[in-house]
Ligand binder design. Structure first.
Ligand SMILES: Nc1nc2c(c(=O)[nH]1)N[C@H]1C(S)=C(S)[C@@H](COP(=O)(O)O)O[C@H]1N2
Ligand SMILES: [Mo]
Length: 250
């Protein structure tokens, strides 16, 4: 993943040229298209990739959807269930006491039980999820579009990112282009069944236009923010410190 990303960003950077780069960076800033991990060695590349994708996809194109017959027979699990006491206690009680907290820049901070989420408008899609390690699978995901949840809590016009907090330390964030995208689900079902524990129970994010690592599992809380600068180490995701790009568009 890292090397592929590096190849693309190097290409874009080279194409932009030294003066073109400055123009591209100014353009990106003007459109608010600076990713949180814009500093450091690959920062210019990260900005170019992110800004270029976002300008090319303003019309919210959908990721490809597949037929039921194309669902993979094996769906690998990456990142097993959190071993925290909190999570294990909720799991033992089938998540009866679990609630998804939604707060930050919203008019009505709220929390939703699993039953409440299941009563909200539902959407399913059969899509491809690719891990940066090279494997992938096709599965059907069912859940509530994140946009429906955000509409219910009254997302503030100041909000620009949604921070995703799971029960492990794999926190991440997405911009509103992905948060409001029609295929972006808070998913509670997979292949016609309850979401299996290893795939992120009780609910996970499914974001169809980025690599698998952005589809945060075992969700506990969503927070709307204007800037990621004060969240964690300010780079938008815990994994950035380990070399992962914040933006992993495919
Ligand atoms: N909370 C949490 N979410 C996570 C992970 C994790 O370790 N913890 N792993 C990520 C990675 S690297 C990938 S590829 C996908 C894998 O999803 P799957 O286990 O359903 O195949 O989940 C992502 N979401
Ligand atoms: Mo992954």
């Amino acid at each position: 993943m890292i090397s592929r990303r590096r190849l693309i960003t190097t290409g874009l950077t080279a194409a932009a040229g030294a003066s073109g780069l400055a123009v591209a960076a100014r353009l990106a800033a003007q459109y608010g298209l600076i990713p949180p991990d814009h500093g450091g060695l690959y920062g210019a590349g990260e900005t170019l990739t992110y800004a270029a994708h976002r300008l090319l996809t303003l019309h919210q194109p959908l990721a490809r959807e597949f037929d039921r017959s194309q669902i993979s027979r094996v769906a690998p699990v990456n990142g097993g269930p959190p071993d925290s006491d909190d999570y294990q206690r909720l799991l033992r009680r089938s998540f009866a006491e679990w609630r998804l907290e939604v707060d930050g820049l919203v008019a009505r901070p709220s929390s939703f039980s699993l039953a409440e989420l299941k009563r909200l408008p539902m959407r399913s899609h059969i899509t491809h999820q690719a891990c940066e390690e090279g494997w992938s699978f096709i599965a059907e995901w069912t859940g509530v579009p994140l946009s429906e949840i955000l509409a219910r809590v009254g997302l503030s016009p100041r909000a620009r990112f949604i921070v995703l907090y799971p029960f492990d330390d794999f926190w991440d964030s997405i911009d509103l282009a992905d948060a409001l995208h029609p295929q972006t689900l808070v998913a509670y079902g997979m292949n016609g069944r309850e979401l299996p524990t290893g795939h992120g129970a009780p609910v996970r994010l499914r974001v169809t236009r980025q690599l698998g690592y952005k589809s945060v599992k075992y969700l506990s809380r969503l927070t709307a923010v204007e800037t990621l600068a004060e969240v964690g180490d300010g780079q938008g995701a815990g994994a950035v410190a380990f070399g992962y790009s914040w933006y992993a568009g495919i």
